[in-house]
Design a protein around this ligand. Structure first.
Ligand SMILES: Nc1ncnc2c1ncn2[C@@H]1O[C@H](COP(=O)(O)OP(=O)(O)OP(=O)(O)O)[C@@H](O)[C@H]1O
Length: 265
């Protein structure tokens, strides 16, 4: 068994559509140690979600393998929790019931579920919202519930697909800080998809920049700035410029590809 928590080995993913074959991922190799906070960064269409979905076990790679916690990934599993951008809460359930849901499915005793739900409501500052329904919550609050719901399952691995992409800047920073606090406290391994360079530098131990079609690893770097990071600091901005250049190259490839395809159609 590997010492790494997640091992992505020679992963390729090809989508076959009516018109063309899309190579979404090509020769992806990543070893992610336990407790590392990894951001997958790149413009739209570079395969970030495809890779995350493969790790989640929602859509297997066309070739290659992924293992988590020493076991081959063939389907979703309890050691991997997923948080989506669009919250994915049950609208007919209260906040507390949404958080409790996965534990009820697992058949945990009622008292134990109630204790976990209380603890998570406190951890995510949701105590005053426990009886509300998702429609009566702001986007930021809904995303707190979505995070609490995944934390309830106590998965050592959290997979997050642009979870803060729909939030305003202030709410987003608040939730980034909450996530960093929870990550430091619970020592989760996190793979976090974003196309925000600033978000990646603010959060990650390691940033994996992906190329646009085929999705490959363009740069794999450790971020060694001390936490909590200051986006106004010179080192932060130097890194932002460096990554900005890498992402822009891929954005331009995306743009050229779109123009080329428009010309063919
Ligand atoms: N089910 C599918 N069928 C065909 N092509 C697909 C499918 N899913 C994704 N793709 C293609 O694979 C490539 C990678 O898509 P993916 O959604 O993983 O990118 P992404 O980096 O997550 O982008 P975004 O930030 O827009 O979500 C894109 O070119 C996309 O059009």
């Amino acid at each position: 068994m590997s010492a790494s928590h997640i091992v992505i080995s020679q992963v390729n993913k090809v989508f076959q559509t009516a018109e063309r074959e899309v190579v979404a991922l090509k020769d992806i190799n990543l070893e992610i140690p336990q407790g590392q906070f990894v951001c997958l960064l790149g413009p739209s269409g570079c395969g970030k979600s495809t890779l995350l979905n493969a790790v989640a076990g929602f859509a297997p790679p066309s070739s290659g393998s992924i293992s988590a916690d020493g076991r081959l990934v063939t389907a979703p599993g309890p050691e991997r929790g997923m948080v989506f951008q669009e919250y994915a809460l049950f609208p007919w359930m209260t906040v507390a019931d949404n958080i409790a849901f996965g534990l009820q499915i697992k058949g945990q005793p009622k008292a134990q579920i109630a204790a976990t739900v209380d603890q998570l409501l406190t951890m995510l500052s949701l105590q005053d919202f426990r009886s509300r329904y998702p429609k009566d919550l702001s986007g930021g609050m809904r995303q707190r519930v979505a995070i609490a719901r995944v934390l309830a399952l106590d998965s050592p691995i959290m997979l997050m697909d642009e979870p803060f992409g729909a939030l305003d800047a202030l709410t987003r920073r608040n939730l980034q800080d909450e996530l960093l606090r929870i990550w430091a406290e619970l020592k989760k391994t996190i793979i976090f998809v974003t196309h925000s360079i600033e978000e990646a530098i603010y959060l990650a131990d390691r940033i994996v920049v992906m190329t646009y079609r085929p999705g490959t690893v363009k740069r794999d770097m450790l971020v060694e700035l001390p936490r909590l990071r200051d986006p106004a600091a010179a080192e932060f901005n130097a890194l932002k410029r460096e990554l900005g250049q890498l992402v822009m190259e891929e954005q331009q490839r995306h743009h050229h590809d779109e123009l080329r395809m428009a010309a063919v159609d």
